[in-house]
Design a protein around this ligand. Structure first.
Ligand SMILES: [Zn+2]
Length: 238
């Protein structure tokens, strides 16, 4: 599988028969090979996760589907593409060809995606994260942590090929809470467990936050799974 980091939470995964584009909002899209089914995902309507420009991808290809969170207004979808678009809420499933998509509830707006295709499983968190902030009251932060743990529970013990997980420098000392908890959902001392590769995202182009995590987690068994993204357009083969 070939994974291109586009920008922020935007990734393109190229598999044998399928192309998966997640949360594109800006940046250069690589050339998309012909003949493969293209699934375009948007986890929610915030402008750093959804850009209606993605609908232009249907201008030159037939086999394209748009899998959008239900909070993205139907009126944003061009009339001609309505029949190739689904609006999913949390806890739903969608199947097309060899692709199965399940949605998890987010702690922000919209959903997270769990996608199975070409014998691979990919997880894209959208904004499902432990959004605790220093300035918020304790009970607000406690509720956030509880919700996050509940919503992400379906991933416990789950084998994944690639996981795209927020690591947001704006949270300051709380930046790693979501990723650290994600790593407790499987036993990362065992090679076949959990996510084979974890791509930090939602970094606002501050990739030093990945270095910081590695520096502060020298003994984490999940360490080797963390992908060191350093710039937009970077390609990873796994
Ligand atoms: Zn966001």
């Amino acid at each position: 599988m070939k994974i291109t980091y586009i920008a922020h939470s935007g990734f393109l995964a190229e598999l044998e028969d399928t192309l998966l584009l997640f949360d594109y909002y800006q940046g250069d899209l690589p050339e998309l090979p012909d003949g493969k089914m293209l699934c375009v995902f948007a986890s929610h309507r915030h402008p750093d996760h959804f850009n209606p420009e993605v609908f232009r991808l249907a201008e030159e290809r037939e086999n394209v589907y748009f899998i959008l969170s239900r909070d993205i207004w139907k009126s944003r979808v061009p009339e001609s593409l309505q029949d190739r678009t689904v609006h999913l809420k949390a806890g739903e499933e969608w199947k097309q060809g060899g692709v199965t998509v399940q949605t998890l509830r987010s702690t922000d707006e919209g959903v997270a995606f769990l996608v199975e295709t070409d014998g691979c499983t990919l997880y894209h968190a959208g904004d499902l994260n432990d959004w605790r902030w220093d300035g918020e009251p304790d009970d607000w932060n406690r509720t956030m942590a509880e919700k996050f743990r509940r919503y992400i529970e379906p991933l416990r013990g789950r084998r994944m090929d690639a996981a795209f997980v927020p690591l947001d420098p704006r949270q300051e000392k709380n930046y790693a809470l979501g990723l650290d908890y994600f790593l407790t959902l499987s036993d990362y001392r065992k090679p076949e467990n959990g996510a084979e590769k974890i791509y930090p995202m939602h970094c606002w182009d501050d990739y030093g936050i990945i270095e910081r995590w590695l520096l502060e987690h020298p003994d984490s068994p999940g360490r080797e799974r963390i992908v060191k993204i350093s710039k937009r357009g970077e390609i990873f083969i796994q």
